[in-house]
Design a protein around this ligand. Structure first.
Ligand code: BGC
Length: 393
């Protein structure tokens, strides 16, 4: 691993997936509107247990941590701020500092305030302006406690699942809308970038992009090979193209290699072929794809932080090896001159995996959802040993 002492080690979470009780956002509403959908409920009750969770992260050797702020808690109605929520997040960020954790703070991780969704969500023309009003408030109220800013998590995946695949709210299927949402989010990112830098000129601002490595499902098929080129351009590069010059670092979320069959197949849920090891969700375990993805990002000449990388592994039989092999993959990219400066595992805690509910277990730390008791899995200690070794070498 990189020998620079500043290398950041830690884990990531997002508000809706761990906090619980986020009644003000569109996901909560969507979950409640159909009895067959899983409900986030109390999630991991991180809203109340964050001091314990950060103390645990520190005990596990972490020196950085990624959280997201829940916009819907902060801005209850358009332009109406909730001081209680703002104070809460000040306490959260202070608690991270006390535990010696550098803070990565995401401003938008898939969920929207209900009022924003009801007005048309990311399809409304003034979405970037509305988002910017929230960003400005966060900069003024919390900016002194934020080390790394992530404006938007995985805009391409969000737009694809919500406006093309009909999987996530608002479950639309329109290419025109998908494109519009991506463009509005790009505009929102650029506005946010400027707003943050206005008050904090030295701020470090980026996005967390879901990067996939693609392969043709059938080597002989020209259609599959075209699909690989198109998907790589759309998924891994298009957003950067729209927002060039508005990134101080690249946040990379990497999970799996996607095997593509034709252009219109959604890349991110493609299942692995039979001879490849997979996670509990059937996603291929392919560290080589991470090296390739990172080398592909060299063209931007920016420092990179791995802002998510992990797997669903309830029995914890694969997680430690997964971490080791992906760290080796990062090292391989570093040998090629890629400037990787941190690794945040997804996730610190078991959490609410969106429309898949609580069954997938992504946590270094297991959560008993009845008692909310936290128990670090053996892989959490394996990761700790890796961190200690890297720090001492
Ligand atoms: C998302 C997380 C999600 C993880 C595992 C990422 O794409 O940012 O919210 O839990 O994947 O599916």
């Amino acid at each position: 691993m990189s020998r620079q002492p500043a290398f950041l080690w830690g884990a990531a979470t997002s508000a809706h997936q761990v906090e619980g009780g986020n009644v003000h956002n569109d996901w909560w509403q969507w979950e409640r509107s159909d009895r067959n959908r899983p409900c986030s409920g109390l999630a991991a009750d991180h809203y109340h247990r964050y001091p314990e969770d950060f103390a645990l992260a520190r005990k596990l050797g972490h020196n950085a941590h990624r959280v997201s702020l829940e916009w819907s808690r902060i801005e209850l109605e358009p332009g109406e701020w909730n001081p209680k929520a703002i104070n809460h997040y000040r306490d959260v960020l202070k608690a991270m500092k006390r535990e010696g954790l550098s803070s990565f703070v995401t401003l938008h991780h898939f969920t929207n305030p209900r009022w924003f969704a009801e007005k048309g969500g990311w399809l409304q023309p003034d979405a970037p302006i509305l988002f910017n009003r929230y960003v400005k408030k966060v900069v003024e109220e919390l900016g002194d406690l934020i080390d790394y800013w992530i404006t938007i998590n995985e805009p391409m995946l969000y737009a694809g699942l919500s406006y093309w695949q009909k999987r996530w709210p608002p479950q639309h299927r329109s290419l025109r809308e998908t494109l519009s949402v991506v463009r509005r989010m790009a505009q929102a990112h650029q506005n946010a970038y400027r707003t943050i830098h206005k008050l904090y000129p030295g701020a470090l601002v980026g996005i967390a992009n879901h990067i996939i490595d693609c392969e043709p499902a059938r080597n002989f098929s020209w259609m599959d090979r075209v699909a690989v080129k198109v998907t790589d351009w759309w998924f891994n590069r298009y957003f950067y193209r729209l927002t060039l010059g508005a990134h101080d670092f690249l946040g990379v979320n990497y999970y799996a290699v996607s095997r593509l069959r034709g252009v219109m197949q959604p890349p991110f849920i493609a299942q692995a072929p039979q001879n490849v090891t997979t996670s509990d969700l059937g996603w291929s375990i392919r560290p080589d794809g991470l090296t390739k993805a990172l080398v592909g990002l060299k063209r931007y000449s920016l420092p990179i932080y791995i802002t998510e990388n992990g797997l669903a592994d309830k029995q914890d039989t694969q997680r430690a090896d997964f971490i080791r092999s992906h760290l080796r993959a990062i090292e391989a990219a570093q040998v090629h001159g890629v400037d990787v400066r941190g690794y945040l595992h997804w996730s610190l805690l078991d959490n609410f995996e969106w429309d898949l509910g609580f069954e997938p277990r992504f946590g270094l730390v297991a959560v008993d959802y009845k008692t909310m008791e936290r128990s670090p899995r053996p892989s959490a200690y394996a990761y700790k040993a890796i961190i200690e070794q890297a720090k001492n070498s």
